[in-house]
Design a protein around this ligand. Sequence first.
Ligand SMILES: *Cc1c(COP(=O)(O)O)cnc(C)c1O
Length: 401
Amino acid sequence: MTDAVTAEGLDAADPLAGCRERFVLGPEVAYLDGNSLGRPLAVTAEALARFTREDWGGRLIRAWDESWVALPTELGDRLGAVLLGAAAGQTVVGDSTSVLLYKLARAAVDAAPAERDEIVLSDDDFPTDRYLLEGIAAETGRTLRWIHTDHAGGVSVADAGAAVGERTALVVLSHVTYRSGYLADAAAITRVAHEAGAPVLWDLCHSVGSVPVDLDGWGANLAVGCTYKYLGGGPGAPAFAYVAQRHHGVLRQPIQGWFGRRDPFAMAAGYEPAAGIRQFLSGTPPVLATVPLQVGLDLYAEVGIDAVRAKSVALTEFTVAAADRLGLEVASPRDPDRRGGHVTLRHPDARRLVATLWERGVIPDFRAPDGIRIGLAPLSTSFTEVAAGLEVLSGLLTPTS
Ligand SMILES: *Cc1c(COP(=O)(O)O)cnc(C)c1O
C-alpha cells in the first residue's frame, strides 16, 4: 500500500478528523509547523471582531472591573483544568515565556540557601531557556550545571539523577525538547530532584496541547509554557506560569509591578505582593491577545487531551515509518512513550531541502545543523496532508537525470 492509501484509511478512522475543517486552511500542500505556530481556528476572526465591538468598544474602561482584571487567573484556572492537571489558583496567563521563565527561575534561585549554588539545565534546551539561566547565574553568583544532551535525545531520569545533589538550587528542563521531541519522564525526574532537595521548573512549550501534563500529580514546583504553538493563541500570544500553592507567599518574583500588588488600584505607597498566584503578575495583562487562546481552549475542552495525544502518537508513528521507507535518519525517540508531537529527520542537505519544500508548499522547519523538523498538530493535521508533504520530500531525495 502506498502512504497515500494508508493515510486515507487513517483519516477515515480518525475520531478527530472533523476538527481540521474548523481551522483556516490555506493553499499549502502540507503545513508541518503547527508545533511552532498553530493554525488559527476559523471562529477566531469572529471572536476578535466580537471582542472589539462588544467588550472593548461596548464596555470601554468599565470592562477592567467587569472582567479583565480577573482574566489572567480565570484563564489560568481554565488552562490548568483542561490541559495542565493544575488545581485552581496556581496558574496565570500573561507576559511571554521568556519573561515568565525569568520571573519564576529568579524567584526560585533567590529562595535557595547559599550553599545550593548550582542551576541544573540541559545544554540542548531551547536557546531562550539557556540564555535566561546564564543571566540569572551571573546575577546571583550561581553556577550552571549543564546536562549534556544528544541532539536526537533528551534528559533521562538517570541523567537528571546524576546532575542533582545538595548543591542544586533549581532544575529547569523542557517536558518535550524542541529539537528531538524527546518526552521527559516528568513525574520521575521531579521525584529525583525532590529527593535531592531541589525544586523543578518545567518548560511546557512543546508539550502543552499535545501531551497530557499533570503538574499537581508530578508534584511540580513551577512551570511555564507558551500558547502560540499547539494551542493556536496566535503569533506573540501570552504565555502561562504555574506556581504550586505551597510556594505562594514564599517565593518573591523580581518584577514588582502594580498588577502583582495587593489591591493595585489603591495606587498606594510601597509594593506588597498580592495573595496567591496574582503576586506573579507584573503589568497590565494582554487582554486582547488572549481571545484566540480562549477559542482554542474551547476546542481542547470539547475533545480532551487524551484523544489529542492518541492522534499525535499515530501521526508521529506514521511519519517515522515513512521516514524509514525513505531511508532518512530519525533524530527523535523511536519509543512513542518517550516522544512528543514532532519528529525530526536528519539530512546533510537539510537547509536546502527545507527551502525547496517551502517553495513547493510543504512547510516543516529547519533546525541547524541538519534537522528537518516535522511538526504534527493533531487537531488541524490530517494523515493525508502528512503523506502529501512526505511525498514531495521523497521526490527531492530521488536523484533525477
Ligand atoms: C517556543 C519556546 C519558547 C519561546 O519563548 P518566547 O518567550 O515565547 O519567545 C521558550 N522555551 C521553549 C522550550 C520553547 O519551545
